[in-house]
Design a protein around this ligand. Structure first.
Ligand SMILES: Cc1ncc(C[n+]2csc(CCOP(=O)(O)OP(=O)(O)O)c2C)c(N)n1
Ligand code: SF4
Ligand SMILES: [Mg+2]
Length: 351
């Protein structure tokens, strides 16, 4: 993978977070993606979210598969751990990292091809296991890296750059995650940083699997008039059903607001939050009703965005499997290694 270091000049007045780090400390190498690619905007939102949360970079594991989207972890959090896995197999690697060390923020970056075509099986099992990670799909409806073939998220009737029309119904990762029992399901648009940053922060802090499907136009192969994943189409059909901002625990503010109305809330530091429930009948705690709503709007040609479903009551993979709270590399070797006799016993059971 190509890697160009970014020259690091830090302005002395650049704001610092609680760790004394600037936003520059959360950047990575220079992007080698096409100018204007939606994926680069997502990278910028990730950098901003980690900076604002003041996460120590060494506590992050960046996981990805193969694709332009899967290249992006090279462009943020240069001081974090990372693993660029095989196409569609990132969830297995992420499962291992999450199982071995609960203290890590596990961040998976994938593409619509990586997650919904070749990697659909792996994606599904990560959701049903409620793996503790934030899983971002940078969704452009095509295989960008291999020159623009339709992926499994391409809409019926959408046209490829050279005119071919897609006939097959798309797989919507949001609806899939809901059906599979996902506990945090959100959708956003690479061109809406105001919506994206709070969703990334909330997803990182969610205990369990957080899916964030981000419409991320491919300017080179899928940004023309007959595409349903272009900047213009997405901007026109984008429907934010619920505006969500993230409030850190220390600044927790309890607010009640009338459905369908906006409410401005002053934060402790003097900044403000705007909570807005655009559709009165939308309830992000009701799985069935949320799916019905998303489908109805989809039939009407709308792309519903925001935090679409959340359930904080379900145990994550650690809770289900009752794993140890300590990272495995901190356990004494004797406690961790059961010895060759235990291994022989285990192997005998499989013969
Ligand atoms: C096993 C395997 N099959 C096929 C490929 C070829 N390949 C590389 S990336 C890619 C699709 C990437 O599409 P997507 O995940 O949507 O990422 P994007 O480039 O659009 O961001 C394919 C088919 C591969 N690298 N490995
Ligand atoms: S080919 Fe498409 S997805 Fe890949 S970097 Fe270029 S614009 Fe982005
Ligand atoms: Mg793609």
């Amino acid at each position: 993978m190509s890697y160009i270091s970014r020259p690091k000049a830090v302005h002395p007045k650049l704001p610092r977070n609680d760790l004394g780090l600037t936003v520059r400390d959360y950047e990575g190498g220079m992007s080698t993606l096409c100018a204007g690619c939606g994926h680069d905007s997502i990278t910028a939102a990730i950098v901003q979210a980690f900076f604002e949360l003041a996460v120590p970079p060494h506590r992050v594991a960046k996981m990805s598969g193969i694709g332009c989207s899967s290249k992006t972890p090279a462009y943020f959090l240069g001081a974090s751990h990372g693993f660029n896995a095989v196409h569609g197999r990132m969830p297995s690697i992420a499962t291992g990292a999450a199982a071995a060390n609960r203290d890590l923020y596990v961040l998976g970056i994938s593409g619509d091809g990586d997650s919904l075509s070749i990697g659909l099986g792996q994606f599904s099992h990560a959701v049903r296991r409620n793996l503790d990670m934030l899983y971002i799909i940078e969704n452009n409806g095509v295989y960008g890296l291999t020159k623009g073939q339709f992926s499994a998220s391409a809409d019926v009737g959408t046209q490829a750059k050279r005119g071919e029309v897609n006939q097959q119904p798309p797989i919507d990762p949001v609806q899939m995650a809901m059906v599979l029992g996902g506990t945090f399901v959100a959708r956003s648009f690479s061109g809406d940083k105001d919506q994206l940053v709070p969703l990334i922060k909330a997803g990182l802090r969610h205990e369990g699997f957080a899916l964030l499907d981000v419409l991320s136009p491919c300017v080179t192969f899928n940004d023309h008039e007959a595409s349903t994943k272009s900047y213009a189409y997405t901007r026109q059909h984008f429907h934010s059903v619920i505006h969500t901002d993230f409030v850190p625990p220390a600044e927790e503010i309890k607010a009640a607001y009338d459905q369908g109305e906006s409410m401005r809330i002053e934060l402790h530091d003097g900044s403000a939050l705007l909570l807005r429930k655009v559709s009165q009948d939308y309830n992000p705690h009701n799985r069935g009703a949320a799916i019905d709503y998303i489908r109805t709007q989809q039939r009407a040609g709308e792309v519903v965005t925001g935090l679409l479903y959340i359930d904080e009551t379900e145990p994550d993979m650690h809770g289900i499997n009752n794993t140890t709270a300590s990272p495995l590399n901190e356990l004494p070797f004797e406690a961790l290694c059961p010895g060759s006799r235990s291994l022989d016993d285990l192997n005998r059971r499989y013969r």
